[in-house]
Design a protein around this ligand. Structure first.
Ligand code: MRU
Length: 343
């Protein structure tokens, strides 16, 4: 299965990623050889998006295995990766799977190292397949002539290459459907303006970029037929953490009677968490808000609040587009049924 974008690749005991900070102006590939490089890449958002962070974390543990002399050293590496970003559940999902290998008492150290690489490759391949299926399942919702709004970047760059929300658009395009996407620019890091536009342009999908504060006016004018966003962590009642601004969109969509969908793989569902109150929300560097693309736009040291995510209550969500099908309310029961039991 060949993705449209190689967001992350494992080759000759190294991780290769597109450094997303330079997009759309430069497609810079960087090589990462150790856990320090992995943590730096996740923290500085050289790679970002929940599923991509999860795959990066898995390969990070595989690298730890290669560079370590014993299990203790690998465990230290895992703890460093765990502290990089707190919200995206995929990171913790991957670490749990990788940890289950190092805990095996029946294996020799060399076997553990080999299995860590195999497990990371498995997590990578599962994400490829899941995202493709999300596209196939979501495509059924897209009708000719629709205008769909998306926020942040839930595209190939946020996953192993197909995306979640954007996978729905890629497959719809492949099936010959005609539709148009409105892209929120997504302050402060501009994932919409820099990354989603780049991906849609590559895929030849018609789009229009808007500032985040324009969405309500467009909805009022009847210009939006549907909203599809990605997710960083979904609690078992369906409350969803996603890029800051998602909650406002969901409230606006409800008021204007517009369907609001979340596209995400099973690896983003955190069934240990009852509802959104328990999802940790990352707060990032105030400089992201004080400035714009590296240029200061406000007084030096001005007070800033910079939460990177917000929580959309389940009641505002029409359905979850997953690789296992579209999950509809009642969420607690149906998320359990589909995600845990696969039924
Ligand atoms: O801070 P980011 O860029 O990592 O946030 C990304 C998002 O909020 C995405 O919408 C989410 O991870 C889903 S990606 C398929």
């Amino acid at each position: 299965m060949k993705p449209p974008i190689n967001t992350i690749l494992w080759k000759e005991n190294s991780i290769y990623i597109i450094d997303q900070r330079y997009l759309p102006n430069k497609e810079k590939i960087i090589r990462i050889k150790d856990v320090k490089g992995v943590c730096d890449a996740i923290k500085k958002m050289k790679i970002r998006g929940a599923p991509a962070i999860g795959v990066m974390a898995a390969y990070g543990v595989a690298l730890c295995g290669i560079n370590s002399k014993n299990i203790k050293e690998i465990k230290r590496g895992i703890e460093k990766i765990r502290k990089t970003r707190p919200t995206a559940y995929n990171l913790f999902y991957s670490l749990k799977r990788m940890e289950s290998i190092i805990e095996r008492k029946d294996l020799k150290f060399e076997e553990i190292k080999r299995l860590l690489i195999e497990e990371a490759e498995k997590i990578y391949n599962e994400d490829l397949v899941s995202c493709y299926k999300i596209g196939e399942n979501g495509e059924k919702l897209i009708k000719n002539g629709m205008n769909i709004l998306t926020h942040c970047n839930a595209g190939g760059l946020a996953t192993t290459g197909f995306g979640t929300a954007l996978s729905v658009f890629f497959i719809s395009k492949k099936k010959g459907k005609k539709f148009h996407i409105f892209v929120d620019e997504t302050r402060p890091v501009l994932q919409g303006a820099r990354l989603t536009t780049w991906e849609l342009e590559k895929a030849n999908i018609p789009y229009t970029l808007i500032c985040d504060n324009m969405a309500g006016y467009l909805m009022k004018q009847g210009k939006i037929d549907m909203v599809i966003v990605g997710a960083d962590r979904i609690a078992r009642n369906g409350d969803t953490a996603n890029k800051i601004g998602t909650y406002s969109l969901a409230v606006l969509a409800k008021y204007h009677n517009i369907d609001f969908y979340v596209a995400a793989p099973s690896s983003t569902f955190d069934l240990s968490i009852k509802d959104g109150k328990d999802i940790p929300i990352e707060e990032r560097d105030p400089e992201e808000v004080r400035g714009f693309m590296g240029k200061r736009i406000s007084p030096k040291n001005c007070p800033v609040y910079n939460p990177a995510f917000d929580i959309t209550p389940a009641e505002l969500i029409k359905g979850f587009i997953t690789e296992k099908g579209i999950i509809r309310p009642p969420y607690e029961k149906n998320i359990y049924g589909k995600i845990l039991k696969g039924g």
